[in-house]
Design a protein around this ligand. Structure first.
Ligand code: ADP
Ligand code: ASP
Ligand code: MG
Length: 404
């Protein structure tokens, strides 16, 4: 008997009607004599609503309570799915992560699953049960509920597949696969049949919301193949797998863009060893992720300007930290929230010369000014004015022949 893990995202369980459809999908696997393990997200909008409520209660809402609050949305969706399966005459029940338990480590709101006790679920499945498990959460060593970061039900599904040694892990979502660009905002985006973990990880980290980045990392480490497909329409989806199993003659596999980056420029910092470290140390201590960094060459050998990007919701904290840091002497701090990072991603660029030039030339032709650049072996990112982001994705999609 095969074991399949099915994950349903927020839109897929977004209404009572959708939940009835999800129950049908679950039963289609069950009727093919599979053991089925389901991980569900909260109904769409619920987690955002809980976040807003916590903000109204306190600007410094307690971290442990925040996770307890946010995890509650998944409980509702799971009991509705299990209730529907029972209504249809099947043996099913909801499992809240602490009832299993699913053990996590790491900080609240950004924990990672490291162990799942399989005993109770295996017994339940042996008795013919279909477990419906709350995604996005677990329990830490202090027996407090933790959450896995936004979109974390993807990680729950992958770790369930790992611990239950599942034959298949299917991410059901509201698009029918991973596309060359966000299909909701770019009409020429094309579905990718197979993509490597590394490319998917870059696409997800650089803004393609379809998979949570940490979950792709978990899948890569544990060699778990992921199928991404639609819960709305029956169509082949995308397989995320090892690079050895992916063949493509494209130079660029996909294009991602972000909406929530901010640019910070510190003007007139001293140009001497240790200055950049003294700026970034307190930021890292406060878990602020610094992304693209550029330091200008100092004209007089005395002073320089330092520019970097952070997530916009870290902006206020970053301002405070830089202004409070007595080791920093500088002339002026400048912030810009209206920036987007647009990235081209593909293993093909390793063996193809001239990709950087083509990207810059295509943007220049559209009069798009590049503010900051960062590269890795399989991606090139540029920071541009956010009002140009969609135009940039469109022209790069065409330039690298993804429109066809
Ligand atoms: P779920 O609620 O099922 O977890 P998400 O909203 O997290 O779904 O992710 C699906 C969304 O990801 C799609 O609706 C789509 O707009 C967005 N997306 C962004 N980039 C891509 C891409 N390259 N391919 C597919 N979807 C993408
Ligand atoms: N409900 C959570 C969120 O909105 C987790 C998830 O959807 O995967 O982020
Ligand atoms: Mg998601």
């Amino acid at each position: 008997m095969k074991t399949v893990v099915l994950k349903f995202g927020g839109t897929s369980v977004g209404s009572v009607d959708r939940i009835k459809k999800v129950a049908k999908i679950i039963l289609s696997y069950r009727k093919r004599k599979n053991h089925v393990i389901v991980a569900s997200s909260a109904m769409s909008g619920v987690t955002n609503d809980l976040i807003n409520k916590s903000k109204q209660i306190s600007k410094n809402f307690d971290k442990a309570e925040y996770d307890t609050l946010l995890s509650s949305g998944e409980q509702v969706a799971c009991s509705l799915i299990a209730g529907r399966l029972k209504h249809l005459g099947y043996n099913s029940r909801s499992w809240i992560s602490w009832q299993i338990p699913i053990i996590t480590d790491g900080p609240h709101s950004n924990s990672r699953i490291y162990k799942i006790d399989t005993k109770k679920i295996i017994n339940f499945m042996k008795s013919g049960g279909i477990p419906i498990i709350t995604g996005f959460q677990g329990l830490n060593f202090a027996s407090r509920i933790t959450t896995l970061g936004r979109g974390g039900t993807d990680a729950s599904a992958i770790m369930l597949a790992k611990f239950f040694k599942a034959d298949e892990c299917i991410i059901y979502t509201d698009v029918d696969g991973v596309y060359t660009a966000d299909p909701r905002t770019h009409s020429k985006a094309k579905k990718i049949n197979k993509i490597s973990y590394d490319e998917m990880l870059e696409m997800a980290s650089l803004g393609a919301k379809v998979m949570q980045p940490a979950s792709v990392q978990d899948a890569k480490i544990n060699s778990i193949d992921i199928k991404v497909q639609s819960s709305f329409i029956k169509k082949n989806g995308t397989l995320i797998t090892d690079a050895k199993k992916v063949f493509s003659d494209q130079i660029i596999t996909g294009i991602s863009s972000t909406k929530n980056d901010s640019k910070v420029t510190i003007i007139g910092v001293k140009d001497r060893p240790g200055v950049a470290a003294s700026i970034f140390k307190p930021l890292s201590r406060n878990f602020i992720n610094v992304d693209m960094v550029v330091q200008n060459i100092s004209a007089d050998g005395k002073q320089t300007d330092l520019t970097f990007t952070i997530k916009s919701n870290d902006l206020n904290k970053t301002k405070k930290i830089i202004n409070k840091n007595k080791n920093n002497v500088f002339k002026k701090l400048i912030f810009d929230k209206n920036v987007s990072k647009v990235s081209i991603i593909g293993v093909g660029m390793i063996t193809t010369p001239g990709v950087t030039f083509r990207m810059f030339q295509a943007l220049a032709r559209k009069n798009i000014n590049i503010q900051v650049i960062s590269t890795s072996e399989i991606k090139i990112s540029v920071l541009i004015k956010s009002t140009n982001a969609s135009k940039a994705v469109k022209c790069l999609h065409k330039e690298f022949k993804l429109d066809k």
